[in-house]
Design a binder for this molecule. Structure first.
Ligand SMILES: CC(=O)N[C@H]1[C@@H](OP(=O)(O)OP(=O)(O)OC[C@H]2O[C@@H](n3ccc(=O)[nH]c3=O)[C@H](O)[C@@H]2O)O[C@H](CO)[C@@H](O)[C@@H]1O
Ligand SMILES: O=P([O-])([O-])O[C@@H]1[C@@H](O)[C@H](O)[C@@H](O)[C@H](O)[C@@H]1O
Length: 404
């Protein structure tokens, strides 16, 4: 295999992205397809942001010389919903968070199937992969998708994940962060800067008929929120904003797409919808495999996260579909959205600011078609799947070359 020189990925300053590549289609890769095998170790119980990244890498890395396999520590929805079905998926379930015996089984998979690299995606998978990679004698890459200490409202899980990450991060051979904010976060955690590479998340470009030129929408205005609904995503704030907007006689409705993390949380949120009198104006679609189809039918995306984002895939997917995004000032989100150019950034938890931004987007005060086009162009310039996969492959290349 011929290895191209590894790009030097100096993390840019917060909020400033490196210059985007031209919007012209990328030239075809020069190397032969899929010559090195890399095993991605994933949790696997959900199909959400980190899993979308893994899935897209499974589909795209072969173009850059790497064949992807997956090992799932919590087999579940990733196996059911992934698109990268040509990649093998090994189920190596853990009996509990500290069932580290699983590392031996993982090391056996690495040796028997001749994987040259292990790539882990969560603190849990980092710990297991670290042990397995050392047993099998292969290098380890760790992908940081969100700040582990602020990942959920479960304080004990945050604490455990944070300390596992802190203990293992410097033992990985390379670390990938999905946004400059996360690079800075890991640097502050003491990770050696020469191991850190910022690889911006990316999502596919959409065909013209899906990401069509959008006109100024007319009422009723349809706002989508797409998520694995969990407390940190802040849907309550969006529901309150929706009620405020309806009180201002703006005809806005919400298309809520995605599963709830727990039945208890679903009950809680549905009770709030009822209390606010929004039952007719909120539609829950549950999980969909076709997010792009859902985005084609709405006028904007809202992401009211309260804390703990990396670089949310739903924001990039909406931009690719030519949709303005209204989201909160929450870690990497502000690196994707340009305030008043591709969408609006508001403060987390502020019902009024969220309502005002949506009102401004729909009441004609904003040049909606220009904003929609700017969002689509920004996606093409900075957040394509190919750019993400090319950067990941560049990090693999450099790592393998450094080990001879
Ligand atoms: C806890 C955690 O690790 N959070 C991170 C996770 O995103 P997190 O899971 O929080 O959410 P994202 O918005 O990034 O991604 C959700 C993904 O699920 C998909 N979807 C959702 C609903 C549905 O019905 N069908 C469907 O396919 C969406 O299209 C999207 O691709 O990875 C992101 C990508 O690195 C990071 O920015 C987040 O900080
Ligand atoms: O590894 P673990 O801590 O049990 O579980 C993780 C959660 O803490 C995290 O919130 C979620 O995003 C991951 O997909 C995974 O489910």
């Amino acid at each position: 295999m011929s290895l191209s020189p590894a790009p030097i990925l100096t993390p840019p300053a917060i909020g400033v992205l490196p210059p985007g590549p031209s919007r012209a289609p990328a030239p075809p890769p020069e190397r032969p397809a899929a010559t090195v095998k890399v095993l991605h170790v994933v949790n696997g119980e959900h199909y959400s942001g980190a899993e979308r990244v893994q899935d897209l890498l499974g589909l795209t890395l072969p173009q850059f010389g790497y064949a992807v396999g997956f090992a799932s520590l919590k087999p579940g929805k990733f196996g059911d919903h992934r698109n990268s079905i040509d990649s093998p998926l090994y189920e190596v379930p853990m009996r509990g968070r500290w069932d580290l015996g699983v590392a031996r089984r993982l090391a056996n998979v690495i040796r028997q199937e001749e994987y040259s690299l292990v790539h882990a995606h969560t603190p849990r998978s980092l710990l297991v992969s670290y042990l397995a990679s050392r047993l099998a004698g292969v290098p380890l890459v760790y992908h940081v998708h969100s700040p582990a200490s602020r990942d959920s409202t479960r304080r004990l899980a945050n604490w455990a994940n944070h300390w596992v990450e802190r203990g293992c991060a410097n033992r990985a051979d390379r670390l990938l962060t999905v946004s400059p904010t996360l690079t800075e976060h890991m640097r502050r955690m003491g990770v050696s800067p020469d191991k850190l590479h910022c690889v911006l998340n990316g999502v596919p470009r959409l065909p013209e008929e899906v990401a069509r030129r959008r006109r100024q929408p007319i009422a009723p205005f349809n706002v989508a929120m797409i998520a694995l609904f969990r407390p940190r995503k802040g849907v309550e704030v969006l529901l309150d904003a929706l009620a405020a907007l309806r009180a201002r006689e703006l005809d806005v409705r919400l298309e809520a797409i995605g599963p709830f993390e727990t039945p208890e949380y679903e009950q809680q949120v549905r009770a709030r919808v009822k209390k606010l009198g929004l039952e007719e104006h909120v539609h829950w679609s549950g999980f969909t495999d076709d997010v792009n189809a859902a985005l084609a039918g709405v006028d904007a995306l809202a992401l009211p996260s309260l804390f703990g984002e990396g670089l949310p895939m739903v924001v990039l997917e909406a931009m690719a579909a030519g949709l303005p995004v209204v989201a909160t000032r929450c870690e990497g989100t502000t690196e994707a959205i340009l305030h008043r150019e591709t969408g609006f950034i508001v403060e987390p938890g502020s019902v009024n600011q969220l309502a005002d931004a949506l009102e401004e987007l729909f009441n004609g005060d904003t040049d909606y078609p220009r904003m929609a086009l700017a969002a689509r162009e920004r996606h093409a310039d900075h957040f394509s799947t190919e750019a993400m996969a090319r950067s990941v492959a560049g990090v693999y290349d450099g790592l393998l070359r450094s080990r001879g």
